[in-house]
Design a protein around this ligand. Structure first.
Ligand code: GDP
Ligand code: MG
Length: 448
């Protein structure tokens, strides 16, 4: 499997130092293969790899990872980012009804999706209404009516109540769309979902019709529905629809098949629009809110490796935290070296406030700690770096001339050295207070 192949390219070296071109190239080859296997369009793969390389080169390798894993981590982050990062929800209009239009090629799954989306929104307390604006295909209206019935949602159609099974529906889709909004206002529907016609290939007439419907009703959301099996055509189709109707979001259909979902990356990268939903079958319930992180795993097809990376990072943090906990109970040993290690750990965790949340009974120190400015961590680290190991381990020896030397080395004013040493003495006192107070060295998070 890909995971195995990738694992084989990883050197067993732990991190340290920065990613080199060689580290990146070995892994990038496998990533490229994974993306092509997932049917990501060739130019998109090329651009994506270039982007990852540019970002990865010179990146520090986390202590817990080896260089190959570090590259995969970056690839995964980039992928999730391009796919939209967070799940994008529908934007509801301030003044209902919220008008959602579906656009896409014939057979993409628009009509099927209309019923699913209506059911989904109904479950969330909305009163949606479906609108049949595909007046091109025989029985297109009937198909939507069946979907609406299943979802328990009314369908607005040009000839309500008349089955169009035997005759092709006629009428002007733009007029139908406009009338439907008046109807929705009367019936107090807060969401209107408009199903439109598609063609097997992109053609101008279809695109113009969709654009006309969109502007006539002032659609709040235009969802581009695309078959995930479309493969290399995803780029051209997405570009055409983006130019034609300037869609706001993407729905990926037929993800229940073999498709690994590369189309999601192709569309997202080329248009910059988020994927919002996925359709995974013909049933009403085969419908999911789209999660970029899960999709990234599916496209890369290396959940194993990503899990290993996450575990490695988690266990490394745990080991560091345990070491820190030991220092809390053993205040005699607490040195500037430890102080620096803590700061590095803090930076990794994000913020001092986060640490506060981890320490029980630290209420008394809260004020002092909150005064600690997270953005100062880098400067403090630079100062400690300018000290000799002996000075770090025995801060008491840092006299006036040593202070001047350290300040020069770190490029800061001597007053900053003074305030750091003061702060350090305070921290030492805190350690003592913590260690002697109440629960002793009890640290949260199941640490030994
Ligand atoms: P439209 O032309 O865009 O309206 O597409 P339809 O909604 O008519 O769907 C075309 C075909 O694809 C129908 O046979 C659907 O049952 C099928 N279909 C739609 N969505 C999915 C899906 O997520 N998975 C599978 N397996 N089939 C789907
Ligand atoms: Mg249809």
């Amino acid at each position: 499997s890909l995971s195995d192949r990738l694992a084989a390219t990883f050197k067993n070296l732990r991190g340290k130092g920065k990613l080199t071109e060689a580290d990146i190239d070995g892994t990038a080859r496998e990533i490229r293969r994974a993306l092509l296997d997932a049917d990501v369009a060739v130019p998109v793969v090329r651009e994506f790899i270039a982007r990852v390389k540019a970002r990865a080169l010179g990146t520090e390798v986390a202590q817990s990872l080896n260089p190959g894993q570090q590259v995969v981590k970056i690839v995964n982050e980039e992928l999730v980012g391009i796919l939209g990062g967070e799940t994008r929800e529908l934007h509801f209009a301030k003044h209902p009804p919220t008008i959602i239009m579906l656009a896409g090629l014939q057979g993409a799954g628009k009509t099927t999706l209309a019923g699913k989306l209506a059911a989904h929104l109904k479950n969330r307390g909305h009163q949606p209404m479906l609108v049949a604006c595909d007046l091109q295909r025989p029985n297109a209206v009937g198909q939507l009516q069946v979907g609406g019935e299943r979802a328990g949602v009314p369908v607005y159609a040009p000839h309500p109540g008349v089955s169009s099974e035997t005759e092709e529906a006629t009428g002007d889709p733009v007029a139908v769309a406009e009338d439907s909004i008046t109807h929705a206002n009367e019936k107090l529907h807060d969401v209107v979902i408009i199903d439109t016609a598609g063609r097997l290939g992109v053609d101008e007439e279809m695109m113009t019709q969709a654009a006309n419907i969109k502007s006539a009703v002032g659609a709040h959301e235009t969802l581009f529905v695309i078959d995930s099996m479309i493969g290399q055509d995803a780029v051209n189709t997405a570009q055409a629809f983006n130019e034609g109707v300037n869609f706001t979001g993407v729905v990926l259909t037929k993800l229940d098949g073999d498709a690994r979902g590369g189309a999601a990356l192709s569309v997202a990268q080329v248009t910059g629009k988020p994927v919002m939903y996925a359709s995974t079958g013909e049933g009403l319930k085969d419908f999911e809110v789209f999660h970029p992180d899960r999709m990234a795993r599916r496209i890369l097809d290396m959940g194993d490796i990503l899990s290993i990376i996450e575990q490695a990072e988690a266990s490394w943090d745990k080991a560091e935290a345990a070491k820190m906990a030991q220092k809390f109970t053993d205040q005699e040993d607490f040195t500037l070296e430890d102080f620096r290690a803590q700061m590095q750990q803090l930076k990794k965790m994000g913020s001092m406030k986060k640490l506060l949340g981890m320490m029980p009974g630290a209420a008394g120190m809260r004020q002092q700690l909150e005064q600690f400015d997270d953005s100062q961590l880098d400067r403090v680290e630079a100062i400690i770096n300018s000290m000799t190991p002996h000075e770090r381990n025995a801060p008491k020896i840092i006299n006036g001339s040593r202070r001047a030397r350290i300040a020069k080395g770190a490029g800061v004013h001597v007053s900053e050295i003074n305030s750091l040493l003061e702060r350090f003495t305070q921290a030492q006192k805190m350690m003592k207070k913590m260690a002697s107070g109440g629960g002793g060295g009890d640290m949260p998070g199941g640490m030994p």
